[in-house]
Design a protein around this ligand. Structure first.
Ligand SMILES: Nc1nc2c(ncn2[C@@H]2O[C@H](COP(=O)(O)OP(=O)(O)OP(=O)(O)O)[C@@H](O)[C@H]2O)c(=O)[nH]1
Length: 598
């Protein structure tokens, strides 16, 4: 146990975590030349294409240092806020963390939020100034920022480059010297923390764990404490580049477990594994059920594909326990599902996976957060509103509450004014303002989550010219004035276009949605009135004028290939259209409310 080191890498997104992890694997000989592949740890296609780490993974390295052999377990963590719960669990499985800071970008919002998580878990922090090879690197200044943040000595900050490999040996030495060996009692009953799980279609769920006390053996009867279920440990082992089967994974070590479980829902990240016959009395604290934050409808473009969509979503859920869905129907779109996501990125990923892995073409409706509505009749009992159509009639409504978040935004002092006005426009309330350095400011706002869902990220980037980073965590429900804005096309309400909006914004946004829909809805043989309404009251109106000319008309004269191209283009465009009454609505229209500023 004294020669084990468990550590993670924490960083703001794109500061070079995965690249540096690859260098550590090279340097310790964990990966041979032949196995070398960029971004080795991001082994899902989608992860590699988007260049982000979606799920955390662990890998074990052997390293000899000053004549002694060490086992170094690296736990990689995802960088995006949508997956921050997974970061917190990976951190809880470690004794130390490399805190990576980009030498050009310096400290950003997630550097700080992840650092706090690490400090809460009493982790030893090793600061690494990364990307020192960049011409735009600013090593002295950024080192000062890190020193100010951590209260460490400038000499403690390791200069490194994941690209060139510079500094990697110094990092490994620091891991061994500074990070404490795991504690824990080998003779106590088994206590292990689940920090991740992965779905494998052949072997079922692979559970990744860190043993705190005792050990986990092949064929042992084990129990998951949060779910109360017990299983046989069919296979246990450690995680090298591939899995290494073992008879036992001991105190302090990190490993994987296969139990024949087939659905991701049964394995909860943060749960404690113990021995069935001789369980531990205390489970590892901090376990949370992850709750979806954003809800939207997903409908098949072709109504006949409903059953296929259901089975695709069920399969997706097997390997993504954070996806929740239930059937819903819409007068406009027919049968589909109301789905819950961890955030907007998660929603995009699910939509993309449905299309790539299951070959479905789907329409996603306007996302909203989950509100609590209270009726006059039962003013204490919340009705959970995940769908605009669930909002009770205004005459019956006593009050509505909406989820709030605490947002941390780090920006350059030049942009404080613009960032503040954006946050205030988004109904934010400033709670704190701290100068991290003379040029960099951290602003803390309490804000409604709903305002983040709509275009906040993009607006923040624009007003700060890219120099602002953002992180948040939920702080509970607060009273709100909510209305449902319905959209009518050709005098027909299209329920899938309804949006839940704050009363103060409803008129302005309703008008902008009408304008946006006018741009997006293709012209047809007749005029299409577009109206926004609150209850029976029309608050805005636009018209899509009737089409006069045939699109192919101007190509007569024999250029058949051009004509075919045009027709094909039209056909392609149709792929993501939905006929509602006699109006064709493209997918972008369902997202219009999110893109009002484009
Ligand atoms: N010049 C230079 N570029 C680097 C270095 N390390 C990483 N990069 C580049 O920075 C970008 C982000 O690197 P990643 O390793 O994917 O960053 P990450 O922090 O793992 O990102 P997420 O997994 O999305 O959180 C990539 O384009 C890398 O090629 C470095 O030391 N020097």
């Amino acid at each position: 146990m004294k020669n084990i080191r468990n550590f993670c890498i924490i960083a703001h997104i794109d500061h070079g975590k995965s690249t540096l992890a690859d260098r550590l694997l090279d340097f310790t000989g964990t990966v041979t030349e032949r196995e070398k592949q960029d971004q080795l740890l991001d082994n899902m296609d989608l992860e590699r294409e988007r260049g982000i780490t979606i799920k955390s993974h662990a890998i074990q390295m052997d390293y000899e240092f000053e004549g002694e052999k060490y086992i170094l377990n690296l736990i990689d963590t995802p960088g995006h806020v949508d997956f921050s719960y997974e970061v917190s669990r990976s951190i809880a499985a470690c004794e130390g963390a490399l805190l990576i800071v980009d030498a050009a970008q310096s400290i950003q919002a997630q550097t700080i939020s992840n650092l706090y998580l690490a400090l809460e878990n009493d982790l030893e922090i090793i600061p690494v100034l990364n990307k020192v090879d960049l011409p735009s690197a600013n090593p002295e200044e950024v080192t000062d920022d890190i020193v100010d943040l951590l209260g460490c000595d400038p000499e403690d900050v390791i200069h490194a480059s994941g690209k060139t490999g510079f500094g990697v040996d110094t990092i490994l030495a620091a891991i061994i010297k500074k990070i404490p060996a795991p504690k824990g009692n080998p003779d106590a009953p088994l206590k292990a923390l689940i920090f991740d799980s992965v779905y494998n279609s052949y072997r079922g769920i692979e559970t990744y764990f860190r043993v705190i006390d005792g050990s986990i053996k092949k064929n042992q009867q084990i129990k998951f404490m949060a779910t109360g279920k017990n299983y046989g440990a069919d296979e246990v082992g450690t995680l090298k580049l591939t899995q290494v089967v073992k008879n036992e994974v001991k105190t302090g070590d990190v490993g994987y477990l296969i139990t024949g479980i087939k659905t991701a829902k049964e394995v909860k990240v943060g749960d404690t594994i113990t021995d069935f016959a001789n369980p531990t009395t205390e489970r590892i604290d901090g376990f949370e059920d992850v709750k979806p934050m954003v809800f939207a409808g997903i409908y098949p473009v072709d109504t006949e594909e409903y059953e296929e969509l259901r089975s695709s979503m069920e399969k997706l859920q097997l390997n993504d326990a954070s996806l929740v869905f239930q059937p819903e129907s819409s007068a406009a779109l027919g049968f589909g599902f109301r789905c819950g996501f961890l955030g907007m990125l998660h929603m995009e990923i699910i939509q993309e996976r449905l299309e790539r892995e299951f070959d479905m073409t789907v329409i996603t409706t306007v996302p909203n957060v989950s509100y609590h509505a209270f009726t006059k009749k039962e003013p204490e009992k919340p009705i959970i509103v995940n769908n605009p159509s669930d909002l009770p009639d205004p005459s019956k409504l006593d009050r509505v509450e909406e989820p709030f978040i605490k947002a941390s935004i780090i920006t350059k002092s030049d942009f404080v004014g613009q960032v503040m006005s954006l946050c205030i426009e988004k109904r934010g309330q400033i709670m704190n303002q701290t100068y991290l350095t003379p040029e960099r400011v951290e602003l803390i706002f309490d804000m409604p989550l709903a305002e983040i869902v709509f275009d906040f990220y993009d607006r923040l980037k624009t007003v700060s010219k890219g120099y602002a980073s953002f992180d948040y965590h939920p702080i509970g429900m607060k009273a709100s004035r909510l209305v449902r804005v319905d959209m009518l096309l050709n005098a027909q309400p299209v329920d899938a276009l309804s949006a839940l909006l704050h009363a103060d914004n409803a008129y302005g946004i309703g008008k902008r949605i009408c304008e946006k829909l006018k741009e997006l809805i293709p012209r047809q043989q007749f005029d299409i009135p577009i109206q926004a309404a609150i209850g029976a009251k029309i608050i805005a109106r636009e018209t899509v004028k009737a089409l006069r000319k045939d699109v192919t008309a101007k190509c007569y004269g024999g250029d058949i290939s051009r004509k075919r191209k045009l027709l094909e283009k039209q056909k392609k465009g149709k792929k993501r259209m939905r006929q509602v009454g006699n109006v064709e609505i493209p997918q972008q229209a369902f997202m219009a409310v999110l893109k009002l500023n484009d």
